[in-house]
Write a protein that binds this ligand. Structure first.
Ligand code: AMP
Length: 283
């Protein structure tokens, strides 16, 4: 694995490689890697001659400074995991490298409705920060294939929209991978490292609650299901931001189900100051 810290060095290297018509897959991450990240990398390895991964804890997407401060960093372990998984290139830039003109937003990405609901509502500015960094990374790496996880359902939609907004839709193929979970259902996440063993057991309640929505789903109104789920998590000591059911295609909030519409259930809840998100497709 070759490690690059400077974008120009990485781009020069990729320019030489791409002359040989090699397909390039890209797996952007914020580090503290786990099997979920590696599943994206494995997919890229199968579909591309070159796989690039990046580790960058992006300050502009953290609306809560404490969350940024406490974001887990396990660089040595990450490098070993990427090497074992057969990653070809690791891009490990500094904040100055990614934001040479500073981290203040210079443009607004028009994400419309997506920016105002769920994660957009509870983490103001989060998706603008995601767009800033993904835009910059895509302009440097220029991948043929981009690998992202369904774990961040709304982020997948935001990135799809971003790729259109920056005119890269025809150039980049988006691959969305299923969420890898612990045996008890808890979605694997870098933030899980901030949970104790006991809290990890407790945290599986998020998946179990989403799963019980799936089991109880029937035609008609959906609000009682959402309220029941919200209360169940609150009873189990979560501070719940939301439990929602939405259209799986455009994330419009669904209050009724006609028995056909494709739906996704999404939740965000804090367990002892660690904010966790998860989602499952309902049908
Ligand atoms: P992060 O490092 O949290 O920014 O995640 C980097 C990429 O890995 C994103 O596309 C995530 O959606 C994806 N990812 C995170 N957790 C999982 C998981 N449990 N299963 C599959 N993909 C994941």
């Amino acid at each position: 694995m070759i490690l690059f810290k400077r974008s120009t060095d990485l781009r020069n290297y990729l320019d030489i490689q791409c002359k040989h018509f090699k397909k390039c897959g890209f797996v952007p991450t914020m580090g503290a890697l786990h099997e979920g990240h590696i599943s994206l990398l494995d997919k890229s390895k199968k579909m591309n001659e070159i796989t690039v991964s990046s580790i960058f804890v992006n300050p502009t997407q953290f609306n809560d400074p404490a969350d940024f401060e406490k974001y887990p960093i396990t660089l040595e372990k990450d490098i070993a995991m990427l090497e074992t998984a057969g990653c070809d290139i690791l891009f490990l830039p500094t904040v100055a490298e990614m934001y040479p003109k500073g981290t203040k937003a210079v443009m607004h990405y028009d994400l419309g409705y997506l920016d105002t609901i769920l994660e957009g509502q509870y983490r103001p500015g989060h998706f603008q920060g995601v767009c800033m960094i993904v835009h910059r990374l895509l302009e440097i790496v220029k991948p043929d294939n981009l690998y992202i996880g369904q774990k961040d359902y709304q982020q997948c939609m935001v990135i799809k929209k971003l790729v259109e907004l920056i005119g890269m839709k025809e150039l980049i193929n988006l691959n969305i991978s299923p969420t890898l979970r612990e045996n008890n259902g808890l979605a694997k996440s870098s933030r899980n490292t901030r949970l104790s063993e006991n809290e990890r057991i407790k945290a599986a309640a998020i998946f179990q609650t989403l799963h019980s929505i799936k089991e109880q789903l029937q035609k008609g109104e959906l609000n009682s299901l959402k309220i029941q789920a919200f209360n169940k998590l609150t009873e189990k000591d979560f501070k719940v931001d939301y439990v929602e059911i939405a259209d799986a295609g455009d994330l419009q909030i669904a209050d009724r189900w006609d028995g056909k519409q494709k739906l996704v259930a999404l939740a965000a809840a804090h367990l002892n100051h660690v904010r966790l998100i998860d989602n499952i497709l309902l049908n």
